[in-house]
Design a protein around this ligand. Structure first.
Ligand SMILES: C[S@@+](CC[C@H](N)C(=O)[O-])C[C@H]1O[C@@H](n2cnc3c(N)ncnc32)[C@H](O)[C@@H]1O
Length: 232
């Protein structure tokens, strides 16, 4: 099954994906960092949400009067995201649009046009070749001084990741095929993560975070990288 079908299937028969409209807590912290530590005024900024899912993070930035574009591979996720906008009481005020496309292909926006790019656990299932496109495209579309926030799966110290890599290996480095769901996921050792991203961006902050993911009524402890970057 292609990764596009896998994700579409997941939104139609969701086991763990959220359809809630509350922002991811790491995104809330990132916004605090931008406003308090970097002195960023969000109003009017352009935000590109890669793998926007049902739009919870896009929606959060739109509440700060940002102009948000979400790129998402699942048609069902986009439909839910658009319903969430319609059902919100101030929907006319929000500037959010979604385009159905892969983030492993050329992005439909101009050079140096975006102030902030978000990748909240969305690029995990890209192939290595698609990841090169995603990195080059993010760099192309971000303005100088623009911010890139990535939350990605961490390999270091994650017993579940080690189990999955051993028993359900994927074709490429540090990937596994999630049983039942069939999604391919890339997990990152710190050195690899840094080598991959600092070719393009200045890393401002990189921290490891542990949280719990629910699937099939079980809770799995997983580690993530939380990374704030800037285009110089
Ligand atoms: C774990 S979900 C996270 C969704 C969202 N970022 C959030 O925080 O709620 C991963 C999302 O990435 C999307 N996705 C996966 N591969 C993609 C690709 N190649 N291009 C665009 N979206 C993709 C999936 O459909 C899914 O919505």
């Amino acid at each position: 099954m292609t990764q596009e079908k896998v994700w579409e299937n997941e939104y139609r028969n969701s086991k763990f994906l959220t359809k809630e409209n509350k922002p991811q807590s790491d995104v809330v912290r990132f916004v605090q960092f931008l406003r308090k530590e970097e002195g960023v005024v969000l109003e009017g900024l352009r935000v590109l949400d890669l793998g926007s899912g049902t739009g919870r993070n896009s929606f959060y930035f739109a509440e700060f009067s940002c102009k948000v574009l979400g790129l998402e591979i699942s048609e069902t996720a986009i439909k839910i995201a658009e319903e969430n906008i319609k059902n919100s009481k101030d929907h006319i005020m929000y500037d959010i649009s979604y385009i159905m496309q892969s983030i492993g292909e050329k992005f439909p926006v101009g050079d140096d046009s975006q102030d902030i790019v978000l990748d909240i656990t969305s690029s995990n299932s890209l192939t290595e070749a698609e990841r090169e496109v995603y990195l080059a495209e993010t760099h192309r579309v971000l303005k100088s001084g623009g911010y890139f926030f990535v939350k990605a799966l961490c390999k270091d110290g994650d017993a579940n990741a080690k189990h999955l890599l051993k028993h359900f290996p994927g074709k490429e480095k540090d990937t596994y095929i999630m049983p039942d769901m069939n999604v391919v996921e890339r997990v990152w050792a710190k050195d690899d993560f840094v080598k991959t991203y600092d070719k393009y961006f200045k890393i401002l902050k990189l921290e490891k975070k542990t949280s719990y993911t629910r699937m099939n009524d079980r809770s799995y402890k997983r580690n993530f990288w939380i990374c704030y970057m800037k285009k110089e």
